[in-house]
Design a protein around this ligand. Structure first.
Ligand code: PLP
Length: 395
């Protein structure tokens, strides 16, 4: 019999960029749902929503089938419509911008702060005008935005404030759960995110009206409790109250989510310990800057984003990632700023230099592997590879 390692020689296994942390409890929970006779939105989703609301300190939680759906429903509930402008950071994933377009509104991009790559609040203020309806902050890699200032601004200008918390579970600013400042927050449970349901998302808010609207629109605009219509308590009769969407979460996904939520603090602790090791080992290398967290904020440690000091290296960021790959280490880049993509360039005429911080930092940012299933040996391999590359390619 030939094993994989025989074929590859004696090289130790590669450290992938990310790997979900799925244990026997998750598997058992999914199997229980599969045997229950009820697969899609039902009692397990309701239970997940209740537990999630408690965990993040929100009054209401609405489970959906992606973080993108959660963002879309948040803006819809907030009344964003055609002709409105929504201010978002250019340094984010595709989803943050496309949901603005779903509603016929205009995504207005702004730059980010150099220190933590979150939205620059001064730039938000400069971009506000009479058409501005909402602002979306993104907790980049789990680092909270300056939510205190964003909240003040939004209250003063009557703007709807949304937290793209896809990376943020769990994190805090000034002792408060990150999105406690926003009108609505949108979480993602995509396979690479801090907790996963394979695909999934959650909307949270303290406002009953917005929660009810999001729940209604998440399932065809059919009146609340529609999922019951196939159960013995349900009835076949329903009413369409608005032209909604098909965004409901399955009980299979929710079963995974309940177990992952229970483990979220423990998984974060492991990531924080790995991040502490990285910073202790990498901070002394002159070739890079480790991530920093602002005072009074805690990060979820979803991502460990280093910034290369390109002046002290003979290679580019892309070549640095290639060198990691040669050593069996996965890496990624978060994110290619929206304004550098063809759609945003062509639709809105953005130039690379329009957002100098995002442009400059994008050229030198690298996300290293950071997930709870990494072994100490995996962590040491990453540190050794980065140290070696800096040594071999330093100026
Ligand atoms: C992953 C992600 C989303 C979207 O989440 P999905 O669950 O994949 O739809 C939104 N915003 C950011 C910043 C993300 O990283």
């Amino acid at each position: 019999m030939t094993t994989r390692s025989d074929r590859r020689g004696i090289a130790p296994p590669a450290v992938p960029f990310t790997r979900p942390d799925i244990g026997d409890d998750e598997i058992a929970a999914v199997v229980r749902v599969l045997r229950s006779g009820w697969l899609t939105t039902g009692p397990v989703v309701k239970e997940f929503e209740a537990q999630f609301a408690t965990a993040v300190g929100s009054r209401y939680a609405v489970a959906v089938n992606s973080g993108t759906a959660a963002l879309h429903l948040a803006l819809e509930a907030g009344g964003v419509s055609a002709g409105d402008e929504v201010i978002i950071p250019t340094f984010t994933f595709a989803a943050t911008g496309e949901v603005v377009r779903y509603l016929g509104a205009r995504p207005v991009l702004v730059d980010v702060q150099r220190e933590d790559l979150t939205i620059d609040v001064d730039a938000v203020i400069a971009a506000c005008n009479s058409k501005t309806k909402a602002v979306i902050g993104v907790d980049m890699g789990g680092q909270p935005c300056d939510w205190g200032r964003l909240r003040d601004l939004s209250t003063r200008r009557n703007l709807f404030l949304v937290d793209d918390a896809a990376h943020a579970l769990p994190s805090s600013s000034d002792g408060r759960m990150t999105g406690g400042y926003a009108d609505m927050m949108a979480f993602s449970f995509y396979a690479t995110k801090p907790i996963t349901t394979a695909e999934g998302g959650m909307l949270t808010t303290d406002n009953e009206g917005w929660a009810a609207r999001a729940e209604l629109m998440s399932l065809h605009g059919i009146s609340r409790g529609a999922w019951r219509r196939y159960s013995h308590e349900g009835t076949w009769r329903y009413e369409i109250l608005a032209p909604g969407f098909k965004y409901n979460m399955t009980d299979i996904a929710a079963a995974l989510g309940i177990v992952q939520l229970r483990r979220s603090s423990a998984m974060r602790e492991r990531r924080a310990a790995i991040a502490a090791t990285y910073t202790a080992e990498l901070a002394r290398l002159g070739c890079l800057e480790p991530p920093s967290t602002a005072a009074n904020r805690t990060t979820s440690w979803h991502l460990y984003m280093i910034r290369l000091n390109l002046d002290s290296l003979t290679l580019s960021r892309d070549e640095f990632i290639d060198e990691l790959k040669k050593r069996g280490i996965g890496a990624s880049v978060h994110f290619i700023p929206l304004h550098l993509h063809p759609f945003y360039r062509d639709a809105y005429g953005y130039q690379p230099s329009d957002f100098p911080v995002a442009y400059h930092e994008f050229e030198r940012v690298v996300s290293l592997p950071l997930y709870s299933t990494m072994s100490d040996e995996d962590v040491a391999r990453v540190v050794d590879a980065v140290t070696e590359i800096c040594g071999e390619h330093g100026k």
